[in-house]
Design a protein around this ligand. Structure first.
Ligand code: NAP
Length: 514
């Protein structure tokens, strides 16, 4: 039984030459083994090609010849396929993968003969869903019964909660010393690939690059090793992550994992593509899932789902940080967006001036917030707290009105905002996604209207300099990027996750290089 989860790169090139070069790259990148997908080779000649692929291989090999009916590319009869796999065993392949449906036939075909250091993987793939824990358990038993040395089950996550059942089965197998590869395909199943070492999975797949996947949801080997620090993950590793939909674009995993590593904190931060927040939180209720960042569209639902909510987050009506309190497991919601954004704007105004912490530079100023969603509420509430006169402009005017009533501010339509200039030197904060990649030419307010503002903040941080900020700077305003808010809210989260001071210069360095 493996003492650590192996890292396997699937080789899906069309030619033997490309596969050899991909194998060398896999070794250079830190893989433990490669999966040679014979079904991806065009013009495959078993005797000649297997000899080349296996003779001087630089890494242990898992040989797979996947038929179409199990999600592969091979369309012929079983016998030539079995013969190629038998040859691979003879040539010293460390592993062969055979599908459960024909495993008994294959074991008979090789007359049960397996060399000493060879392991037969018997696999079952479900491209639609993930069965119940009981069904998965009985699948394991059937796979074992046909003579598997290693059980492989790959299912599909329809919801991220499906992955929890796979973790349960892997843990159960490990307790019984049954080596198991248990993976859940699709973007909702990504944690099954990253958290393998925590639950005792025998092997996980990492691709050479994003285009060279052999199944949906596979991360790259570089991400597994360098973003998720998979070699450091073990049974005691705490899991944190970003809950959102979508989450693929989030820079949170890069930032938090690097920061955890820098202080030797035993934790991993993963993307969590969540459809239903309540289901997610009740499924992953163990103390191991210790805290979460929360983004679109779940920040408002998080207020309801937490057992306790910090009064400021409650007033804002949005939670962006959920901590599972170690003492009693209760979920406590906070809002670090508020502190991050407001302190960034305050420091922007203060600039190099002496900082007087007792008086906010926002006091008495007109503070215009565009947007009335989670970030909009955080900025509006925060500005009001600091004594600013708050004005909210939103596409859906009713939401602007609702927020203005809540905090004691003034509401505008977006059209009204164009001609709104009661005074010079106002502060503007865009909290809509207007101007975010890929629509970088969009902007929430005309350049002409920007003339009334002394400082412009944009919550959007991809790109770092949005059209709004560029035009505001050209109009002579101080500009504050959403990146500053991002860094500060992430530092706040880091401190809540770890109970330790955030490594600010490292986090700034990482963010600036993203
Ligand atoms: P949200 O709760 O979904 O709110 C979105 C807001 O944007 C709503 O007011 C919505 O107006 C408005 N909006 C969306 N598309 C629009 C369009 N095409 N035209 C006009 N208005 C539009 O989202 P959120 O959590 O507040 O996030 C908003 C933005 O802030 C995102 O770009 C996010 O990336 C960014 N953000 C940045 C940070 C950071 O650290 N820098 C942190 C949090 C959020 P309606 O009410 O009319 O729908």
């Amino acid at each position: 039984m493996a003492t650590r989860t192996l890292l396997c790169v699937p080789l899906v090139a069309k030619t033997v030459e490309e596969m050899l070069s991909d194998m060398a790259e896999a070794k250079a990148k830190g893989a433990d083994l490669v999966e040679i997908r014979l079904d991806h080779l065009t013009a495959f000649n078993p005797q000649r090609d297997l000899d080349i692929l296996l003779r001087d291989r630089s890494l242990p090999a898992l040989v797979t010849y996947r038929p179409k009916w199990e999600g592969g590319e091979y369309e012929g009869d079983d016998e030539p396929r079995f013969e190629a796999l038998r040859l691979a065993i003879q040539l010293g392949a460390e592993y062969v993968d055979i599908e459960l449906k024909v495993a008994e036939n294959f074991v008979n075909y090789i007359s049960g003969q397996k060399p000493e250091n060879f392991n037969l993987i018997v696999s079952s793939h479900n491209y639609q869903s993930t069965p119940s824990t009981e069904e998965l358990g009985s699948l394991v038993a059937r796979i074992q019964a046909v003579g598997a040395d290693i059980v492989k089950i790959a299912t599909t996550a329809v919801d991220i909660a499906d992955v929890a059942r796979m973790f349960q089965v892997i843990v159960h197998c490990q307790e019984r010393q049954v080596p198991m590869i248990g993976l859940v395909m699709s973007e909702r199943g990504v944690i099954s690939r990253v958290l393998c070492p925590k639950f005792g999975g025998y092997l996980t797949f990492g691709t050479l690059d994003a285009g060279k996947t052999s199944a949906p949801g596979q991360p790259t080997i570089s991400d597994l090793l360098n973003v998720y620090n998979i070699r450091q993950i073990g049974p005691d590793t705490k899991v944190f992550g970003i809950i959102g939909k979508p989450v693929g674009h989030s820079k949170g995993p890069i930032l938090h994992n690097e920061a955890f590593k820098s202080i030797g904190f035993n934790a991993v931060y993963v993307p969590l593509l969540v459809d239903d927040l309540a289901t997610f939180l009740s499924t992953y209720s163990s103390p191991d899932f210790a805290g979460f960042s929360c983004t679109i569209p779940h920040k408002e639902a998080a207020v309801v789902c937490c057992d306790e909510v910090d009064p400021i987050a409650k007033a804002i009506g949005a939670v962006n940080t959920i901590i599972k309190r170690p003492a009693d497991g209760r979920l406590v919601g906070y809002n670090t967006d508020y502190v991050g954004a407001i302190s960034a704007v305050e420091d922007g105004i203060r600039g190099s001036q002496l900082k007087d912490a007792t008086v906010s530079p926002l006091a008495g100023k007109t503070f215009v917030v565009i947007g009335a969603g989670g970030a909009g509420k955080a900025l509006a509430y925060g500005a009001k707290e600091k004594g600013a006169k708050v004005v909210i402009a939103n596409r859906t005017y009713e939401r602007a009105k609702e927020l203005a009533n809540l905090i004691g501010g003034h509401a505008l339509t977006l059209a009204e905002l164009e001609n709104f200039h009661p005074e010079e030197g106002m502060i503007l904060a865009n909290t809509t996604s207007i101007g975010m990649q890929p629509r970088v030419n969009d902007t929430p307010l005309s350049k002409q209207a920007l003339k009334s503002y002394a400082l412009v903040f944009d919550a959007v941080y991809t790109p770092k300099v949005t059209r709004l900020l560029r035009e505001a700077e050209e109009s002579g305003a101080i500009v504050v990027s959403g990146l500053e808010m991002f860094i500060r809210q992430a530092m706040g989260q880091f401190e809540m996750f770890t109970g330790l001071i955030a490594p600010e210069s490292l986090m700034r360095h990482i963010v600036s290089s993203l």
